[in-house]
Ligand binder design. Structure first.
Ligand code: SF4
Length: 445
């Protein structure tokens, strides 16, 4: 086993072929009756989420236990780092490990030993499973336990799967947070109500929300993932859970199993989504209506004005979503209601009905919804519909652009600060860029 941490360019699109059936044609597939597709799908794997997770948690190190392909994906997705040593690496499972000539657990222990000697600032070491580690059934949970006994309590060990077998890239964050949530301490007896906000957001966005929660008078607010791995909020029956991202089914389950109560809300995208999201917290903590309005009205007005500047470009534009980030329904709701766009199809890899209930309540009943993917059939629907803009993964964007269809990479939605009132204009602007680019190309031609 060897470690790769050197930047190297490469790319990967993961596909899998699973037999199944799907209905064809634009039958009535609204939110209550989505088209379920189980065919070839095009997504990035869950390792991708390490890119934003390692930036968020400054004392954590993510060690992927995988193949050279995994290392290439990581280095390519993270870009080239010249001035700082990255806080992620790949422990490569090589031929000797696969042939059983070496004990993979011993090899992993040696890699970890070396890593911790070299990087004494690491406080949390996360073992990330991959397709190869799953194929050889390497038990990383056991490895994390064993390493925790030899290196704890200075270093905490955690494991989760970022494997590309049947996942989408945002599931990496979900699996990580679910693993993190299991280790949280239990609420002490008589604990006051507290709020956990789950889902990685840019620090600047978190700070804005923290100021609003402070103004509401909510005393104990924690964000997951935290900026430091040692910040471990209590969880129990007095914990209220607000999801900041729509792809956290496992995380919510883990926190709910510890007693936390999920607050049903839309996601904090755009003026309406942010207001609904904040209102869920305000209601749970008894903030009265007048006070809520006084605190949120200025932000709401700024958000409306910022989005209005982009409405001329986006109003009436027909938008087609391929399944990728799991943010598709919430983004479609924002574009439809606040920017006046027409939604042709909302494709999403998974549809968590309870978590998306508030989103679909704001979308038309007959909006076309599909869950999962059968990529060729979906491409046929897309071409037939001739949308003005397609929101999709990077693997589909280039071929569609070549066919003259404007695209937006959905992965940008996790790398760009888009939540909250102050970012509503930026969120709208992201979808204007492909149209501005097309205009510029026309002028040059
Ligand atoms: S985890 Fe699987 S899909 Fe992801 S890079 Fe490694 S081999 Fe490829």
């Amino acid at each position: 086993m060897s470690v790769v941490a050197t930047p190297f360019m490469g790319t990967l699109v993961n596909g899998a072929l699973v037999q199944g059936s799907q209905m064809s044609g634009a039958a009535a597939h609204g939110p209550a009756n989505p088209l379920r597709q189980r065919g070839q799908h095009e997504v990035f794997c869950g390792l991708t989420s390490i890119i934003w997770l390692h930036r968020k948690m400054q004392d954590a190190f993510f060690l992927v236990v995988g193949s050279r392909t995994c290392a290439h994906l990581m280095q390519s997705a993270a870009g080239v780092m010249i001035f700082a040593e990255p806080r992620f690496a790949t422990a490569i499972i090589d031929e000797r490990d696969l042939a059983g000539m070496a004990d993979v657990h011993d090899e992993l222990d040696k890699v970890v030993e070396k890593l911790l000697a070299r990087r004494p600032e690491i406080r949390m070491l996360v073992l990330v499973g991959s397709c190869p580690s799953e194929v050889i059934k390497l038990d990383l949970a056991k490895a994390a336990e064993r390493l925790g006994r030899s290196h704890g309590p200075t270093v905490r060990f955690l494991s989760y799967s970022g494997s590309g077998i049947e996942t989408t890239f945002t599931q990496g964050e979900d699996n990580f947070l679910a693993a993190f949530a299991k280790d949280l301490p239990a609420e002490p007896a008589g604990a006051k109500p507290s709020l956990i906000v789950a889902g990685a957001m840019a620090d600047i966005v978190e700070d804005q929300f923290r100021r609003i929660f402070d103004a509401f008078g909510i005393e104990t607010v924690s964000f997951l993932p935290p900026r430091a791995s040692t910040a471990m909020p209590h969880v129990g029956p007095n914990t209220r859970l607000l999801l900041a991202q729509p792809f956290l089914g496992e995380t919510a389950k883990a926190l709910e199993s510890r007693g936390a109560r999920h607050l049903v809300a839309p996601f904090p995208l755009g003026e309406e989504g942010t207001t609904g999201w904040l209102k869920a917290a305000a209601d749970a903590f008894g903030v009265e209506t007048g006070r809520f309005a006084a605190i949120t009205d200025p932000g709401r007005a700024r958000a409306r004005a910022a989005v209005a500047r982009h409405r001329e470009t986006l109003a009436g534009k027909r938008i087609f979503f391929f399944p990728d980030s799991q943010m598709e329904p919430a983004i479609a709701r924002f574009l439809h209601r606040e920017a006046g766009s027409e939604i042709v199809e909302i494709g999403t890899p998974y549809l968590h009905r309870a978590h998306l209930a508030a989103e679909f309540a704001m979308l038309p009943d007959d909006v076309f919804v599909s869950e999962g993917q059968d990529v060729d059939r979906q491409l046929d629907r897309c071409r037939a519909a001739k949308p003005d803009l397609v929101v999709c993964g990077m693997g589909l964007a280039n071929p569609l652009e070549k066919e003259g269809i404007a695209t937006k990479w959905s992965i940008e939605l996790v790398f760009t600060p888009i939540q909250g009132y102050e970012q509503a204009g930026d969120l709208a602007e992201l979808f204007c860029r492909p149209f501005a680019r097309a205009e510029r190309l026309k002028v040059r031609a």
